[in-house]
Design a protein around this ligand. Structure first.
Ligand code: GSH
Length: 431
């Protein structure tokens, strides 16, 4: 049986920073804990951790994931999966990209607040050299001063309330899909509502589109009993599209990912968009993608606004100007700044490209040969850009050429699911 040695990053820094290794300090660097040894891997693992002053107590979150002689807990887990294929996988192979997104982007961001609470007590548990390194680590100079006096860590958000509909076999009746129109050919443009259009088409569920101008979204939702999806900065309810009404079950529901969950549950014999085991990862993916697209908004929002019908145009420019603190025309990047920001956009879309490249060997989609929610979301943003800027625009040509043509290819692969419900194009409703 081989023995593998796991070095924790903090141990490295302790070794580097500690000039004076007395035997006690060296001994505590070799800290063996059976609790850390994943018993299902056929090896003895000796994790090196910074020993806490409390005997037998382990505190480092990264060490829990650490197994063997490669830096970076994620890479180590990938390595173990590859090297010991007969053991239970940490990453089911075609979800490795989603796990990367989850670990690097969403999870890290969402526990940001936690550091202020956990670092001070962690420091108190450590032996002096390690405590001083943690205390002086780059991101917090005075760890002990950070402990908040009151704890309001997490606001519980009940995002699943509408999706807790029991699985049942239902006969198809035409679903009503609420979308926002534009002056462009085909009407459809919105990235969020495209997520639902792709979902409905992918599942082959019959639907008809009803078009709602921006200022009518809230009154229409209230009238139909569709719940708000989020809060405005002033704390008031925010109503958004897409929404659907399913006459087969009587359900009215908004928010694209909750709609996809609902449709997967209610119509289990149609292709699955959100495989149950990837639900948490896909929710995380949505957030990570939004963050990755940050440089995009200032380029696309001014042009999107110009494509709206007059009432929506007025609403959109007013509300977005409030949100950004400047007019949409002032938001639009210009001159050297535009060139710099366009480069930044390419780099941040490049991050999404690296997520995809994790499973390129399995097929063109995040989960191999079958498209799923992650692909639908990425395609929905891409199609928005192609529609608003136009297939022949310089902007779209640039993007289509980035990352070895990945983005143009993805849209092409999903083109048959982007079809707009032609029968309903003229049907507009208002509050
Ligand atoms: N998380 C939501 C976001 C939906 C969303 O933001 N929709 C925009 C249109 S693209 C909207 O309806 N905004 C309403 C407003 O700005 O008042 C989803 O995925 O459905």
């Amino acid at each position: 049986m081989k023995a593998c040695i796991a070095y924790d990053r903090q141990v490295d820094s302790t070794l580097v920073h500690s000039n004076n290794h007395n035997p006690r300090q060296s001994a505590f660097l070799i800290f063996v804990s059976s609790a850390l040894t994943p018993s299902f891997k056929p090896m003895t693992i000796i994790p090196y951790d910074i020993p806490p002053s409390l005997p037998g107590h382990t505190w480092s979150p990264n060490t829990f994931k650490t197994s063997i002689y490669i830096a970076d807990s994620f890479t180590i887990a990938e390595h173990l999966d590859k090297t010991y294929p007969d053991t239970p996988p940490i990453f089911p192979r075609n979800a490795v990209g989603l796990h990367r997104v989850f670990t690097q982007a969403t999870f890290a961001q969402n526990i940001e607040l936690l550091w202020d609470f956990i670092l001070p007590p962690s420091c108190l548990m450590l032996n002096p050299p390690a405590a001083s390194i943690l205390s002086n680590s780059g991101f917090h100079s005075e760890v002990s001063s950070l402990l908040p006096t009151s704890c309001h860590l997490l606001d519980e958000v009940d995002i699943h309330s509408e999706s807790s509909v029991e699985t049942q076999v239902v006969h198809y009746m035409t679903i009503i899909f609420y979308d926002i129109p534009s002056t462009l050919s085909g009407n459809a443009w919105s990235p969020n509502t495209f997520k639902t259009r792709y979902t409905l088409n992918f599942k082959g569920i019959p639907y008809t589109t009803e078009w709602v101008e921006y200022p009518d979204i809230e009154p229409v939702c209230k009238k139909l009993g569709i719940k708000p999806t989020t809060k405005n900065p002033d704390g008031s309810d925010s109503y958004t599209l897409p929404a659907i009404h399913d006459p087969s079950t009587g359900v009215y529901i908004a928010d694209s990912i909750l709609i996809a969950e609902y449709l997967d549950k209610t119509y289990p014999d149609t292709p699955t968009v959100l495989p149950r085991s990837t639900l948490a990862l896909h929710h995380a993916f949505d957030e990570a993608l939004d963050a990755a697209l940050d440089p995009l908004w200032e380029f696309i929002l001014p042009d999107t606004c110009l494509a709206l019908n007059p009432r929506s145009l007025e609403y959109f420019s007013r509300t977005r100007e409030q949100a950004f603190g400047k007019s949409l025309e002032d938001l639009r990047p210009k001159g050297d700044y535009a060139t710099k920001r366009w480069g930044e956009l390419q780099a941040s879309i490049g991050k999404v490209d690296t997520w995809y490249s994790k499973t390129d060997d399995l097929g063109p989609f995040f989960m191999g040969n079958e498209a799923s929610w992650g692909d639908i979301v990425v395609a929905s943003y891409l199609i928005w850009l192609r529609i608003v800027w136009g297939q022949d625009s310089q902007q779209w040509k640039d993007i289509a050429g980035w990352h070895v043509g990945r983005w143009a290819r993805l849209l092409q692969d999903l083109e048959k699911y982007a079809i707009i419900d032609a029968g309903a194009i003229q049907k507009h409703i208002s509050g």
